[in-house]
Every structure is written in structure tokens, then in C-alpha cells.
Design a protein around this ligand. Structure first.
Ligand code: 13P
Ligand code: SF4
Length: 350
């Protein structure tokens, strides 16, 4: 398959038009067959040439593509080598032998990958892919909190900048937040920056939680009335919710967990109708794996996750941009906080 079937009017593959040749159609047919049902057939000629070009180029570059569960199906099923929640992506980034990691997700995820694989080239296809939680707190805020609560350890959600992680004792994700808090063996922790995840942790531990008022702009929009209306319309529905949702939404849910936790739950549940109270691509992606389940799909999309597109991934690999660099002073301390979290995960898995 040729990458050269491209016309490059501006020399910029994100703008360029890639042709849907017979060769591309044949090579990508098995991928489209998996996506049938979640992606309209009429869209495939637009995506397929990029899928083919990216899959060819990533091998030449000895690159691995990591994609978060909120990436669109053509990325998630079309080009990603490894998919998962924040914790899985962090762990896999540390394990891969590839020289290059392309992180299809948001900036803090790419920074976390770089922290755990400092010798590798870590690329993010769009540098502006941020996160409202990461934007809610600065390193200076954490230093002030430490002054206000001397001696109280700081547990920081991975949805933060490396500079904030560097001021923290340990990181957590939504998959392990309770375990991380309890691992410290203290009576009180400062939990940053997600208020709702912090409240969820507080409801599952006796450790006192000092909160920060950061919110996810996607999950904070769900309401208990939304959940009740799904239940009224579909009495047999099972409700899975992400712990970044407000507490009154979580109270209506049948299961609360990280995006990977939701997938694990789907493997076990006998439910045939499910709604996942989380970002909208999640249902599209898992629907491929669970054809027997009818997914009701609320559409709250994350504008940051949606900045990552196939043309930008191709451009990223072509130009080896945008490379994640972290100030070594910051990186050393931030890495410790992330590695402490990963070590707890290992102990739990043993
Ligand atoms: P997960 O770790 O559950 O995938 O969550 C990441 C995230 O950004 C949720 O909004
Ligand atoms: Fe951040 Fe929310 Fe988007 Fe996740 S869904 S990246 S927490 S803004």
C-alpha cells in the first residue's frame, strides 16, 4: 500500500485529500467490517485512506499508538495498538518496546506517558487537547494547600499537569483512587482536583478527604433527571456511571467505575440494555465488542478528546510532532508520584 496516493495541496496532511483507492478499500475492509453498525458506511471512504497510511507509517517509525476509550471509533478500532483507561495507558506506555508513542487522548495522558518512558519520543497529535480538570489547578495552588494543611499528604488525580503532579505525594486514576488514598495509612488527605471523584472516594473510605473544586466539563453536565428519564423509558436498563459525575447522578447508577471498569462490568452483567453515563464515543467503541447489548447513547462529548483526528495522527507521525518535553526538575518529582501509584497497582495485581 502506498502513502503516495496522496495529493498534498498544502504539504499539510491534515488538510490534504487522500484518495480511497481499490487497494485501500481491500486493505481496510476487515477494519470496516468490525465497525459496521457504529460507523455509517458512507464515511469509510473518508477515513480508510488515513487508516491505511497511518498503519503503514507507524511500522516504519517503530511507533505504537495508544488511544483512550473516548477516541472516535475510526481511531480506536482503526489505528490504535493499545486502548484503555488512563491507568491502562500509563502502564502500557511504561511497558512498550516501541521507540515512539503516539498518544491519542489529552495532554496530561501524553505527559504521563513521557514521565514513565522518558527515553522514548512521545507525540500528541494536537497540543491543544487539554482537560477542564487539569486546567482547574496549578502547582502554586498545591503549594498553598500544603501551607494551609501542613503534613497532610496530597493525592492527585492523573488529570493534571506534570507541574501539579510534581507537588504531589502520589497520583491516582478513577480506577484506583480509593486504594491509593487508603494505601497511605493516614487519617486525612488532600485530594486534587476533582471534587466529585473526591466525594466518591470519601463515600468509600474512613479517610477524611480535603477537596478542591475542579470538575470535568463533560461529566458535570449529567443530572439525576437524565438518569431517571432513561430508567422510565427503558425499565430494564442498567446504568453505568463514571465517578467524575456529580454525587446525585452516581446515587442513581447501578455501577460506578472508570472507563475500563465499565468494560469489565459489561463482561459480567446479564443486562441486555445499558447506558454509560460518560463521554459519547465510549458506547460506540464498546458496542463493537458487545453486539448483544443495546447501548442507549447519551451524547456529551469531550471537545478536547475530539481534537484528535486521523489526519492529525498522520501528520504527527510524518513530522514527528508534537513532542512532549517536560522540565527535568519537574519530571523527576512528577515521575515519583506516578510511579508510586503504578507500584500500588502492581501490589494489588500480585
Ligand atoms: P478514565 O481513567 O476512567 O478513562 O477517565 C479518564 C477521563 O478523562 C475521564 O473523563
Ligand atoms: Fe478532562 Fe472530562 Fe475531557 Fe476527561 S472527559 S479529558 S476529565 S474534560
Amino acid at each position: 500500500m502506498q502513502v503516495s496516493n496522496r495529493a498534498e495541496p498544502s504539504g499539510d496532511s491534515a488538510e490534504a485529500f487522500l484518495e480511497y483507492t481499490t487497494e485501500v478499500a481491500v486493505a481496510t475492509k476487515p477494519i470496516f467490517e468490525r465497525l459496521r453498525g457504529v460507523l455509517p458506511e458512507i464515511e469509510w471512504p473518508v477515513h480508510a485512506p488515513y487508516v491505511a497510511a497511518i498503519n503503514e507509517l507507524k511500522h516504519k517509525r517503530n511507533a505504537v499508538i495508544l488511544a483512550h476509550n473516548y477516541q472516535t471509533p475510526e481511531i480506536f478500532h482503526g489505528v490504535a495498538d493499545i486502548t484503555g483507561d488512563s491507568l491502562a495507558l500509563a502502564r502500557q506506555a511504561a511497558r512498550t518496546d516501541a521507540e515512539v508513542i503516539v498518544l491519542c487522548g489529552v495532554h496530561f495522558m501524553a505527559e504521563t506517558a513521557k514521565l514513565l518512558s522518558p527515553q522514548k519520543t512521545v507525540l500528541i497529535p494536537d497540543l491543544e487537547a487539554g482537560c477542564s480538570l487539569a486546567a482547574s489547578i496549578t502547582a502554586a495552588d498545591v503549594r498553598l494547600l500544603r501551607q494551609k494543611f501542613p503534613g497532610v499528604p496530597v493525592v492527585t488525580y492523573v488529570n493534571t499537569s506534570a507541574a501539579v503532579k510534581a507537588e504531589s505525594d502520589i497520583c491516582c486514576t478513577s480506577a484506583n483512587a480509593v486504594e491509593v488514598v487508603e494505601s497511605l495509612g493516614v487519617k486525612r488527605v488532600i485530594f486534587l482536583p476533582d471534587e466529585f471523584l473526591g466525594r466518591y472516594v470519601a463515600s468509600h473510605t474512613n479517610v477524611e478527604i480535603i477537596l478542591w473544586r475542579g470538575h470535568c466539563e463533560v461529566h458535570e453536565r449529567f443530572t439525576p433527571a437524565d438518569v431517571r428519564s432513561y430508567k422510565q423509558q427503558f425499565p430494564d436498563i442498567q446504568v453505568l456511571a463514571h465517578p467524575e459525575c456529580p454525587p446525585d447522578v452516581l446515587a442513581e447508577a447501578d455501577f460506578v467505575g472508570s472507563t475500563a471498569g465499565m468494560v469489565d462490568h459489561l463482561h459480567q452483567t446479564p443486562a441486555r440494555r445499558v447506558v454509560m453515563i460518560t463521554e459519547c464515543s465510549m458506547s460506540d467503541n464498546v458496542a463493537v465488542e458487545f453486539p448483544a447489548i443495546d447501548f442507549i447513547r447519551p451524547c456529551n462529548l469531550c471537545p478536547h478528546m475530539k481534537r484528535i483526528t486521523l489526519p492529525k495522527i498522520l501528520r504527527s507521525l510524518e513530522r514527528m510532532e508534537h513532542q512532549i518535553e517536560i522540565d527535568p526538575q519537574v519530571a523527576g518529582r512528577a515521575r515519583l508520584a506516578v510511579e508510586r501509584m503504578v507500584a500500588i497497582g502492581r501490589k494489588m495485581a500480585d
